[in-house]
Design a protein around this ligand. Structure first.
Ligand code: AMO
Length: 436
């Protein structure tokens, strides 16, 4: 069977040294400039732009007319000869032998692709397919892809096995609120808030170290710049280790992601105008109680046993100035599966990984004893009956284990200094947004 490829080169695969060679490029009509005897078409592809130069005296009137009428953002392919020219972008231009119009763009465009005219984020998200034609916006997703690859290779290397757990579930994991109910034949079901229960159950299978990168669904009413109703979480769980060990994995992973992105995505970072800071483990650790003391010193009063508010997180971030862990949380603040410290049950082996702007991850050593877990579920006002499928895994040999969940969008927005979390996910789901 014949395979059709409508281009021979991306724009960045052509250089002035190829003077005289014939190539075929394809992309969108970015701009057209009519200058005396010359007509320039600027073609844009994923990797950049190509200047196509038509000499009016050497081009048929029919072609000139066709090109003049062509709307911006139409899809074209150009077969032409490379000509080295210092004045052209990237030092070369293309002298066309054939211009094919593959699809004509309707007018007017709902969004200015070049980004020269600033659009509201809402307008941009409504026309996301056009918004991502702007390199600044599109490069975020090239980096996102590399971040996911980096996380996978880091965890693979450390013996973690990638798993996929169900997203249609029967029970809440992070407490009774914030669930999206769905109808599952004649029963009620929910969209999964976290792979928590399943990744813990994996510890009873002997798979030992697992990870999952998948959507989490949170029916929170928040309309903030750091919350999504469908987010992406990288989760790990590991057996025969404690919370300190998984914290080590987490800080090394974050540092490795920064290093790898700096190394592999230099051009994308340049387009975004971002310079990644050095991120070196180990990260500073402060206890929850120390955090409260620091906050008091800075005029923010919190009761012991309260979760950290957004202003409290912000103040702490300003004080700490780099990634840090908050450890030794009040047991009452954290979910039922969190292991308390022996002999001081009011605090537990939970941690949050913080970026100065926002929480990035949370995790803990888990309760692995059946009776203790059952009692903890009850103490949190939940019914052990609805957790039966999960509790069963703790009755027949469950090793001690620990894990964490890291928000991919939070990692990206902080790393790339992006204000609104919606920018780092293709099609955000929030309180008002269900399409596109
Ligand atoms: P938690 O609920 O803290 O922990 O979630 C883990 C991380 O996921 C990200 N996250 C979100 N990102 C964007 N929008 C949201 N609405 C949102 N909710 C959560 C955050 C957060 O730190 N089961 C535990 C993890 C564990 O203990 O292994 C859990 O889900 O970056």
């Amino acid at each position: 069977m014949e395979r059709v490829v409508l281009r021979t080169h991306y724009s960045n695969e052509i250089n002035p040294g190829m003077d005289g060679e014939e190539v075929v490029v394809a992309g969108w009509l970015h701009e057209r400039r009519d200058l005396g005897g010359l007509l320039f078409l600027i073609l844009r592809d994923r990797e950049g732009i190509v200047q196509v130069t038509l000499r009016k005296d050497k081009t048929s009137e029919e072609l000139l007319e066709r090109v003049r009428r062509l709307s911006k953002e139409s899809v074209i392919s150009v077969r032409g000869v490379v000509r080295s020219d210092k004045r052209a972008p990237n030092g070369y231009e293309l002298i066309p032998r054939e211009i094919k119009v593959l699809n004509v763009a309707a007018t007017p465009l709902p969004l200015e692709v070049s980004g020269r005219i600033k659009s509201e984020l809402d307008t941009r998200l409504d026309s996301r397919f056009l918004d991502l034609r702007n390199p600044r916006n599109r490069e975020i997703f090239r980096i996102r892809s590399e971040v996911l690859k980096t996380i996978r290779s880091f965890l693979d290397e450390r013996g973690f096995i990638e798993v996929n757990t169900p997203k249609i579930v029967a029970a809440a994991t992070e407490g009774g609120t914030a669930l999206f109910p769905i109808s599952y034949f004649e029963r009620e079901a929910f969209l999964s808030q976290s792979p928590q229960l399943y990744k813990q159950m994996m510890m009873a299978t002997g798979l030992d170290r697992v990870y999952e990168i998948a959507p989490i669904f949170r029916a929170e009413e928040h309309d903030t710049t750091k919350h999504l109703n469908e987010a992406t979480s990288a989760d790990i769980e590991a057996a025969f280790v404690d919370h300190e060990w998984v914290m080590g994995v987490l800080e090394e992973l974050v540092a490795f992601v920064y290093e790898n992105i700096r190394e592999r995505c230099g051009k994308s970072l340049e387009i975004l105008g971002v310079e990644l800071p050095e991120v070196k483990p180990p990260f500073e650790r402060i206890t929850y109680t120390e955090a409260l003391e620091l906050l008091t010193e800075h005029g923010v009063e919190l009761e012991w046993g309260e979760d950290l508010s957004t202003p409290a997180e912000k103040t702490l971030g300003e004080i700490m100035g780099a990634h840090y862990f908050i450890v030794e949380w009040p047991t009452s603040v954290k979910p039922y599966y969190t292991m308390p410290f022996e002999g001081r049950e009011e605090v537990c082996k939970a941690f949050d990984l913080m970026h100065p702007r926002v929480e990035l991850a949370s995790g803990s050593q888990r309760i692995h004893d059946y009776e203790m877990l059952r009692a903890s579920i009850e103490k949190h006002g939940l019914s052990p009956e609805s957790f039966k499928f999960y509790l069963e895994a703790f009755r027949y040999g469950m090793p001690p284990h620990a894990g964490w969940g890291l928000g991919i969008e939070r990692l990206l927005m902080t790393m790339l200094e992006i204000e609104n979390i919606r920018e780092v996910i293709l099609f955000p789901r929030d309180r008002r947004r269900l399409v596109p």
